[in-house]
Design a protein around this ligand. Sequence first.
Ligand code: SAJ
Length: 428
Amino acid sequence: MRCCVVGLGYIGLPTAALFASRGHDVVGVDSNARRLDFRHCGDRCEPGLDELVQEGVRSGRLSVASDVADADAFLVCVGTPRESGRPDAALTEVVAAADAVGRRLRAGNLVIVESTVPPGTTDDVIRPRLEAASGLSCGRDFFLAFCPERVLPGNLLHELVHNCRVVGGVDPESARRAAALFRTVVEADVATTDARTAEFVKLMENTWAAVNIALANEFAGLAERGGIDVHEAITLAGRHPRVSLMRPGPGVGGHCIPVDPGFLVDWAPDATPLIRQALETNAGMPRRVADGVRQALDRAGKPVAGARVVLAGVTYKGGVDDVRGSPALSVAAHLQEAGVAITFQDPLATHFPHPVTRELLAAAEGADALVIVADHPQYHALGLQLPALRDRMRPPPVLIDTRGMVPDAPGFLLWRLGRGFVTPRSRH
Ligand code: SAJ
C-alpha cells in the first residue's frame, strides 16, 4: 500500500520505517527540514532505528517530501504539545495536518490519526476538516480512524511490532480498514472500537501511570518520615498477587505522562480532582529533591550558597537521550535560587540547553554533592566507582540518590529519596 506519514518525530519516523520494512511504499512528510534529512536520525538514541531507516531508503520504499503526497493511507503522527490554559493550542499541528491531507484525499483513501488528542477530536474536529478540504464524505468516500501509539521510548521498535493496538474507527468500516493495515505490521492483537473510546483509552493509559507514580511519590514521603526504605517496601508489596506499584523519582518527565492527563483535566475540570492532584504531586518532586540536597549539605557542614553540585542524568529517564521535561532542569532551578553552582553530567543527553559533561568522574572533580537524577544503566555500577568519586569530591562528600540505585555508600553522607539519610546504623 502507498502510505504517507505526516510528522517524522519520535513516533512518525519509526512508524514510516517499519511500514517500509513490511513492503509498503512510504513517503514521510515534515515541516521541519532537519527531520527530512535521514542522516540525523542516528542522533536519536533509539536502538535499531537508524539501521531500519537506512534499510528503508536503500530499498527505495522509504522517501521524504516537504508536502503531503498522494497515498492510499495517511498516518498523522504530528505533535500535540499541550499548554495549560490553552486547550486548543495543542491541536494546531493536527488541524494543519488534517487540512493538508484533506487537500490530497481521493475516494477510497484511509486516514489514521496517531497523535494524542482529547476525546471527540477525531469525530468533531478532524473529520469535518477532512470533509471540507476534500469535498468528500467520511464513511462513504473515505475512511477515518484514531489509532493511538503506546510504545516505550528506549524499546520503541520492539513495541511497535509486539504491543497490542487499539483501533478506533469513526464507523465500523473505517475501524476494519485501519485494523487490516496495522495487521500488516503488528504481531499482536489489534482490537477495534470507536474513535472516541480509543482517544479515551490512550489518555487513560498515561493517566494511570501519572496517578500511580504520584502514589509512589507520596509513599516515598511517608517512608522518609518513618525511617523506612520505600524501594524495599514497594518490592515486598509487589509480592501481593494483585499489587503492582510504580517507583518514586525526582519528577515525571518526557512528553507524555506529565502532559496527557492534562487533556482530561481540560476536558472536564470539575470531574478530575484526583488527576489534578497527581499532576501537582509529581510536579512537586524536583523541589523535594532540592530540599534533600540542601538538608544534606547542611548536615555535612557545607554552606548551600556557593556549593558545587553535580546533577547526574539530565534526560527525562534512564537509557534515552531525550531531555524534554527533564526533572534535572527543575532541580537545578531550585538549587540555583539558593546560590548553588550546578554541573550537569550525562552519558547520552542531546539538545540539553546547558553544557553537559559526559564523564561522571570528570564532573565530580571538586564537587560538594553528587545527585543521581536519571537512572541511566551507566550508573548501575556506581558502587564500584564510589572510592574514585570520593577521592575527587570535596570532603565530606554528599551523595543524593533519587532512584533507589545506591543502597549503601561508605565514606559518603547518603540521602535517598524515599528513605532519607542512610547511616551505617540504619542499615539492616
Ligand atoms: N517514572 C517514575 N516512576 C515510575 C515510572 C516512570 O518516576 O515508576 C518517570 C520516569 O522517570 C520518567 C516519566 O516517569 O520521567 C515517564 O517515563 P516512562 O518510562 O514511564 O514513560 P514514557 O513517557 O517514556 O512513555 C510513556 C509510556 N506509557 C505508559 O507506560 C503508560 C508509553 O507506553 C507511551 O507510549 C508513551 O508514554 C507515550 O508516547 O504516550
